[in-house]
Design a protein around this ligand. Structure first.
Ligand code: TRP
Length: 335
């Protein structure tokens, strides 16, 4: 127990806004299971964030539960990690409001993601989309974490979180611990199978392998994967020259634990017609236990409920401590 409290705290949120894919797994989730030995970890389904873009309610509910099951299936042990749903812990919305009042219109207007998303959803530029960074800052600061593992695209959000925390601390004293972005030991950067110059993403479904996809569909996608139009036709890692083949080598290496050189040697003298199905098979075998375990967990709703209820209870305890402190500092009368 003593040791427990000394561990550094790490927290991250994941929006249940799309089905998880191989890029999410090899690039991030796969490495998270190990973190819980080193850190006290909080992982939450950022459902409040998803409604800044219109969602189908039934899909959102299904994806939130499925995502919890997938994380557990990928090795996040609920005994060692706090796994919860953001909307189950009201302190997020409550601190979010307070932080709205300590964040400037100008700084929110400069956020890259706001500019991108309002261009993409011009018919729904809602206030939530604009103040999203304040809610995200609340998500983080409630748990006083040392580290926040985020991808490149979210770094600006951790920056503004630090600015907001600093501003608040400057007025009221050291209320919030200053979080650092955590750059995980490099995971694979998986590219789209049919457009290997762009990151694998659910928005290009033909080039994307979803974690729960049927093996035959996965194999078909790999057989159709774009290779390169060079003349040598050999399996050689050269991302600049041969992005398609290099992406497949990287995927194969990540799934089998082999080095790029080993992979080149293994397929030396063999054509893409042998290589591509082999990568497909390796991916199918990597994902099979995850899919099976996810399906097993989804059939056991009582267990999943027990996980996210316990997670919300633990998270609320920690979050409410910070929230009470904040309410007191700003001058709200104690209830
Ligand atoms: N904004 C993050 C994303 O879109 C998700 C997120 C919400 C998050 N709250 C967070 C990530 C807090 C880290 C910490 O990916």
């Amino acid at each position: 127990m003593e040791k427990e409290t000394q561990k550094k705290v790490l927290l991250s949120g994941i929006q249940p806004s799309g089905d998880l894919h191989l890029g999410n797994y090899l690039g991030a989730i796969k490495n998270w299971a190990e973190l819980s030995d080193q850190f006290e970890c909080y992982w939450f389904m950022a459902d409040l964030h998803t409604i800044t873009v219109r969602q189908n309610p039934a899909d959102l509910r299904r994806r939130t539960l499925t995502q919890i099951a997938v994380y557990i299936a990928c090795g996040l042990d609920p005994e060692k990690n706090t796994i919860f749903v953001q909307s189950h812990v009201p302190a997020h919305a409550e601190l979010g409001w307070v932080l709205d009042c300590y964040t400037m219109f100008g700084e929110l207007s400069r956020m890259t993601q706001f500019k991108d998303k309002s261009a993409k959803h011009a018919d729904n530029i809602n206030a939530g989309l604009f103040t999203y960074p304040c809610l995200m800052a609340a998500d983080i600061l409630l748990y006083q974490p040392d580290f926040v593992p985020v991808g490149e695209d979210q770094k600006q959000h951790v920056e503004i979180c630090r600015d907001i925390a600093n501003r608040f601390n400057h007025v009221y004293g050291e209320v919030f611990r200053m979080p650092e972005p955590y750059i995980p030991k490099q995971g694979a950067r998986v590219m789209s199978l049919n457009q290997p110059d762009t990151k694998m993403s659910k928005s290009i479904p033909e080039g994307c392998v979803f974690l729960l996809e049927k093996p035959e569909d996965i194999l078909r996608k790999f057989k159709r994967a774009v290779t390169d139009s060079d003349t040598e036709h050999c399996v050689r890692y050269a991302p600049g020259e041969k992005p398609g083949v290099s992406n497949l080598i990287q995927i194969y290496a990540a799934c089998t634990g082999k080095s790029f050189e080993d992979v080149e040697r293994e397929f030396d003298g063999k054509g893409y017609g042998v290589f591509k199905p082999a990568v497909g098979e390796a991916v199918v075998e990597t994902l099979r236990p995850i899919r099976e375990e996810t399906e097993r967990l989804l059939a056991d709703k009582a267990y999943l409920e027990s996980v996210y209820r316990a997670g919300a209870e633990k998270a609320s305890y920690v979050a409410n401590k910070t929230l009470r402190k904040v309410y007191k500092k700003v001058g709200f009368l104690a209830p």
